[in-house]
Design a protein around this ligand. Structure first.
Ligand SMILES: C[C@](O)(CO)[C@H](O)COP(=O)(O)OP(=O)(O)OC[C@H]1O[C@@H](n2ccc(N)nc2=O)[C@H](O)[C@@H]1O
Ligand SMILES: Nc1ncnc2c1ncn2[C@@H]1O[C@H](COP(=O)(O)OP(=O)(O)OP(=O)(O)O)[C@@H](O)[C@H]1O
Length: 310
């Protein structure tokens, strides 16, 4: 039976970053419905904060920064943070429950793994609240069960993701990047984008191959050389085909002088890359002038970390 260490705090807050995919190579759909991936994740400076306290039953309350629509975020058992809490207690054979407060700074259904960030943050926060001392290996395994992007949300930084994205390995990254993050008020469903990828493959419009690790990109990240021309996302054709309305915004972003413009994961958030912070600020000011909502985020940044203990 698990031994609980003496709890140190009555409330723990953990911060978790958004992710983007610098490289997202997607292979043909597997028998289990998932797609084999080779991806390079990077954690960027947009954050959700998750606070946990003991409670008589599982509950979750969600609030958000200005500009983030909470429309599709459930406040009941379907919230991935509660699923994370239950998975952690089941792992330890415990009947504990908690109140979970989420403050979202990551757009919802934006292709930035906001739900995954909340799940990862909840695991780390509850582990600390209850002094469970779960091993890193076990936390990563529980995370992988919750979703393909959740293990990366734990570790942050820059990492290669394999399998269905859940097998992660940190890689050296000396780059100092600025991402102009441009959300869209209408979200995209991740399974829907993968399904459309399969439809395009059946039509011969995309030809999924065995996904490959991008060694040129990894080499450039290690030494901090420009990466704009090395970015790629195999989900772009499917997402833009589902959402032709995104093309106009993309065209605007391509006029900003960025090193590259990229769709974030399964979209619809779009990203403009800058290595010079002044150029990034000028571009952000131009978007402000056009009335286009955006955030400027540094990268890479850390994974889940405790920011408050009460
Ligand atoms: C698009 C990405 O964000 C890129 O990092 C991820 O691949 C999505 O990861 P996620 O949202 O954590 O995805 P999961 O919660 O594991 O799976 C949601 C659904 O996305 C599809 N899915 C996800 C991952 C993957 N490698 N192949 C898939 O086809 C499946 O339909 C799955 O049922
Ligand atoms: N804590 C949560 N935060 C956000 N969405 C949640 C949460 N819990 C459950 N959901 C559900 O998950 C869906 C996807 O949310 P999320 O914001 O993680 O999308 P995403 O960033 O596109 O995901 P990904 O990049 O991992 O594919 C939401 O539309 C919502 O219905």
């Amino acid at each position: 039976m698990s031994q609980l260490a003496e709890p140190e705090s009555s409330s723990v807050t953990v911060r978790a970053a958004a992710k983007i995919n610098l490289h997202l190579a997607v292979g043909p759909v597997r028998d289990d419905g998932f797609h084999p991936l080779e991806t390079v994740y990077q954690a960027i400076g947009l954050y959700d904060d998750v606070t946990v306290t003991d409670g008589p039953q599982w509950s979750v309350h969600v609030a958000a920064d200005a500009g983030i629509d909470l429309g599709s975020v459930p406040e009941g058992d379907d919230n991935i943070a509660i699923r994370a809490g239950r998975a952690l207690t089941a792992h330890h054979g415990l009947g504990l429950t908690a109140e979970i407060e989420i403050h979202k700074g990551i757009p919802v259904a934006g292709g930035m793994a906001g739900g995954s960030a909340d799940a990862a943050a909840t695991l780390v926060a509850l582990d600390r609240l209850w002094g469970l001392e779960t091993s890193d290996e076990d936390l990563l395994a529980i995370a992988a069960e919750l979703g393909s992007d959740v293990p990366f949300a734990l570790i942050g930084g820059t990492a290669v993701g394999s399998g269905r994205g859940e097998v992660v390995r940190s890689v050296p990254d000396t780059s100092q990047l600025w991402w102009l993050v441009v959300p869209h008020e209408i979200g995209l469903s991740t399974p829907g984008v993968y399904r459309h990828f399969d439809v395009l493959a059946e039509r011969g419009a995309v030809t999924p191959a065995d996904p490959k690790v991008p060694s040129d990109l990894l080499d450039a990240l290690e030494v901090g050389e420009p990466i704009g021309y090395l970015l790629s996302n195999d989900l772009e054709p499917a997402a833009y085909d589902l959402r032709p309305d995104l093309a106009e915004l993309r065209a605007r972003l391509e006029e900003l002088g960025a090193e590259a413009v990229l769709l974030s994961g399964s979209g619809p958030t779009q990203l403009a890359l800058f290595e010079d912070v002044d150029l990034a600020r000028d571009a952000a000011a131009r978007l402000t002038g056009l009335g286009i909502l955006h955030w400027l985020a540094p990268a890479p940044v850390a994974g889940c970390h405790v920011i408050e203990l009460l």
